[in-house]
Design a protein around this ligand. Structure first.
Ligand code: SAH
Length: 219
């Protein structure tokens, strides 16, 4: 078992790397990563790997993304204090926790399809003392209309396309971050909703677990 000191050193190395290579260039975002304990979102037997830079299984065939992927997605989303953000794919709750820390007193609405994971995420968030995340058991490929509109939307599962529901539930000038492509490889897309339509940009190739549901790969 690793000591607290070893965790801290590993975490600091990751943060230094993100700063040096400008993966994160916002002080507020770095602060959130420094503050939120990723270990609170990892199943007990895997805790010794918490600050290694690779994805980890969280059960039910799902994974918590590699730390650097969470960093890239959070910087691309670039949430601001006071905003309301929708996350599709709660998983462990870690990505939601990072965004919640940045947007406070704003809120994160996050949706998950696997009821066991939604329950685990709620518990993880509670234990990490994060109170501004609401977890819903819901098909996020349809967005979450009840809480719309959103300032930003982040999708953490691989989608075949940008769902029209997400676009409709986003405010003008709002941002969507989503991995779009095939089941085996996706491009991370940053899309801005302008009055003239969606302006998209690719942030590179990634591999995510599939988005399920009505607008996903399988129902
Ligand atoms: N953001 C997570 C990682 C998510 S992995 C974290 O920080 O740990 C992707 C998650 O999306 C999985 O838990 C999967 O069950 C969920 N998912 C897949 N399709 C979904 C859908 N249509 N609606 C909501 N969640 C979905």
């Amino acid at each position: 078992m690793k000591s607290k000191q070893q965790f801290l050193e590993q975490k600091n190395r990751l943060l230094e790397y993100w700063k040096k290579f400008k993966i994160i260039n916002s002080k507020n975002i770095l602060k959130a990563f420094r503050k939120i304990p990723r270990e609170a979102f990892i199943p007990e037997p895997l805790k010794s790997q918490v600050y290694e830079d690779h994805p980890l299984p969280i059960g039910y065939g799902q994974t918590i993304s590699q730390p650097t992927t969470v960093a890239i997605m959070t910087q691309a989303l670039n949430p601001k204090p006071g905003e309301k953000v929708l996350e599709v794919g709660t998983g462990s709750g870690y990505q939601a926790a990072i965004i919640a820390e940045i947007v406070k007193p704003g809120v994160v609405i996050t949706t998950e399809l696997v009821s066991e994971l939604a329950a685990i995420a709620k518990n993880n968030l509670y234990r990490a003392n994060i109170r501004n995340v609401k977890v819903f058991l819901h098909d996020g490929s349809l967005g979450f209309k009840k809480e719309a509109p959103y300032d930003r939307i982040i999708v953490t599962a691989a989608a075949p396309r940008i769902s029209q529901h997400w676009v409709e539930q986003l405010k003008t000038n709002g941002v969507i971050i989503a991995p779009i492509g095939s089941l085996t490889e996706q491009e991370l897309i940053r899309a801005v909703k302008t009055k003239q339509g969606l302006k998209t940009q690719s942030l590179g190739d990634f591999v995510f677990v599939p988005l399920k549901g009505k607008e996903g790969w399988f129902e």
